[in-house]
Each structure stands twice: as C-alpha cells, then as structure tokens.
Design a protein around this ligand. Structure first.
Ligand code: SAM
Length: 262
C-alpha cells in the first residue's frame, strides 16, 4: 500500500472532485511540501487550475496531465485582472461542467480575496468548498526560526496588511498592544508604517525582521530593529513577496540558530 493509499484509507477516501464544482484552495507559501493533501487531491483531479502569481511553479507542476492552467493574477507590474472578471470566470467554468481548482498563495481567506470569490460562487449557486492553506505570515516566521508565540513573551499575534489601499488606517491601537505585528504586502510602505508605529509609542529598538520568498530556494532573512529595518531592507534589496515581523519574538531567531541578532 502506498502512503497515499494509506492516508486515503484512514480518512475514508480521497475527496472526490465533482464536475461543476469549484475548490477554493490555499497553495501555501511556496514549498510544495507545505501543500495540504486536499489541495494535492484537487490538483490531481482538476480540469482547470485558476491560479495567482504567487502560486509556486513547483506546486503547479503537480497538476494532473490533462489539467489546463489559467493565470489570474498580477505579473510584471501590469494591472491585475479585475476581481469581478475572475469571479465570473470561475462561475462560467463551473457552469460549463469543469472541475475548477481556484488556487491561491497561502490561505485563500487571508488577504487573498478568497472571501469575495466565495460570496460570488454562493450567490450564483455554484457548489464550492474551501481548502485552507498555510498562510505566509505563519510560514515565514517558522521558516526563519521565529516562533509566532512564546510563553512569557507574547499572548497574541497581529496580522495586518500594509498595502496602500487603506492609507488612513490607524496603526496606533496595534502599536499599543505591545504584541508582535506581522505585516503582509508592506514593502512599498514600510518606512511610513514603521514611522506610524514609532509615533504611537513602539520603541525604535523593537526587534524586527523581513523574510522574503519564504520557504522557496530564494528565501532571505534580514534582522534589524523597527527604526532601522526600512533602510536596511532597501539597502539589501529586499523585495516582495515578503513578510515583516516586529516584536520581541524576533530575538528568538538568534537563540535558535545563533548569530543574526537584532
Ligand atoms: C495578496 S497577499 C496573499 C496572502 C496569502 N493569501 C497568504 O495567506 O499567505 C500577498 C502577500 O503575502 C505575502 N507572501 C506570500 N507568499 C510569501 C512568501 N513565500 N514569502 C514571504 N511573503 C509572502 C507577501 O507579503 C505578499 O505581498
């Protein structure tokens, strides 16, 4: 019995992907080893895989031989495909009787607009299921040897998006919690957000790190302080996709792997 057969037996079978259904699945942060077995079952059975730019090529390579790959993301600075068009495309493919795997980086419901797509599918009466994925915020921390929580250090973790769509977002309440802040999509606004957090009282000496391309062969980690991270990340050419983490949990990296202390 193969490992796959053994797992299928234990879970009373591999989930069957029915024609006309959509599976809204997370592809994890990059490393195919971090896919869930259900996402893998979706890749093996899908007729069409509609994927975002952040889905790793090595994950897409696991699609069945007969599956079509459709790109539905942002690439090379070109404007993203309209979200409404993507949702409509999912509905049309499913109504055409295809097994549609909508594959998104990380978890589909974390800063990934999966919720919007699910609402359109539900309103259109298209049967769908959601398959969670490992979100980049957690994966990047683990891959960089930074525990997301540590007894005696923090009791909460804040996940926030740093993209420019909501520039009037009030960072002060987050800073006041004193709990670690994990930032997605922040590289273009890092200087402004770091300044806002410091204005709100978070010490500039708070340990901070940026983790780029986590869990891929291109993974890079830079440890610094809140005050110095924006300039250091720029100096060392850190680019998206990247996660920034601010808080005392960052210190643990030095203890776990040695060196690299803030
Ligand atoms: C549109 S959000 C999608 C988040 C995704 N749904 C998730 O749960 O991870 C894209 C952002 O996720 C982060 N990200 C995704 N993959 C990453 C990776 N391998 N390494 C570091 N950051 C990553 C970056 O902040 C990137 O700008």
């Amino acid at each position: 019995m193969t490992a796959w057969d053994a797992l299928a037996t234990r879970r009373s079978g591999v989930p069957v992907f029915a024609p006309g259904h959509v599976w809204l699945a997370g592809a994890g942060p990059g490393d195919p080893g971090l896919l869930t077995l259900d996402a893998l079952a979706g890749l093996a059975q899908a007729d069409v895989v509609v994927h975002d730019a952040l889905v790793d090529r090595r994950v897409l390579a696991l699609a069945g031989a007969g599956a079509r790959l459709e790109f539905a993301g942002k690439r090379g600075g070109k404007p993203s495909i309209d979200q409404a068009d993507i949702s409509e495309r999912l509905v049309a493919l499913a109504r055409g009787g295809e097994r549609v795997l909508r594959l998104k980086g990380g978890d589909p419901f974390v800063f990934g607009r999966g919720g919007e797509e699910a609402m359109v599918l539900a309103a259109a009466g298209v049967p769908f299921r959601v398959i969670p994925g490992i979100t980049a915020g957690l994966a990047a921390l683990a891959a960089a040897a930074i525990p997301a929580t540590l007894r005696g250090v923090n009791r909460a973790v804040i996940f926030a998006a740093g993209h420019g769509a909501d520039e009037d977002f009030d960072w002060a309440p987050l800073a006041r919690t004193g709990q670690p802040i994990v930032l997605y999509m922040v590289m273009h606004n890092l200087e402004r957000i770091a300044a806002a957090l410091m204005t709100a009282g978070l010490p500039g000496a708070t340990p901070a790190a940026v983790i780029a391309a986590a869990t891929t062969p291109q993974q890079r980690v830079l440890v610094s302080t809140l005050a110095e991270l924006p300039a250091a990340a720029c100096e060392h050419n850190f680019e998206p996709p990247a996660i920034v983490v601010i808080g005392d949990i960052v210190k643990m990296r030095g203890e776990l792997i040695g060196g690299d202390k803030p």
